[in-house]
Design a protein around this ligand. Sequence first.
Ligand code: HEC
Length: 152
Amino acid sequence: MKQVLLAAIIGTSTLLASGPAAAQVKPEEIIKFRQSVYTVIGWHVRPLGGMVKGQIPYNQAEFLRNAEIVADMSKIAPHAFPAGSDTGATTRAKPEIWSDAAGFKKVMDNFQAEAAKLAEVAKTATSVDQVRGQFGALGKSCGACHDNYRTK
Ligand code: HEC
């Protein structure tokens, strides 16, 4: 799934290998990829938020579909921060992502866990009340990273 999504997003197989192969990709390409990953994440979180806030009617299938995309994308996100992709184009990624790798991994792991949990809860949630709490937990996991690892 991850590879299919990656290939779909960048239309090439150059990024499929992590490690040394990825390091040969230009920083500006990685940064573009990274911002695209988060753009997709934000895009699919939007209807979830709309449903939770009551701005759009709750639709279980639509909620689940979007939550699953966010969960899949959360698995791609850690691969969008190879060393050396801190500069080279306009990026809001803070140097702490690399200098505090353990702290960054913690918020990334938490984000993945909350996204997976939301997709799981959504499978059986027949009302929006059953997803509201976990949606809030997911939102907190975004903020935990943005507050510390993304510039304003
Ligand atoms: C582990 C860290 C981390 C988590 C978790 C995270 N983000 Fe981000 N996000 C970033 C960083 C870093 C950037 C800046 C990327 C750049 O400019 O290179 C960013 C950028 C973005 C952007 C702007 C993309 C663009 O156009 O440049 C959006 C939208 C976004 N995040 C939404 C979200 C949402 C919604 C969540 C949770 C569902 C989330 N993010 C979770 C680190 C994170």
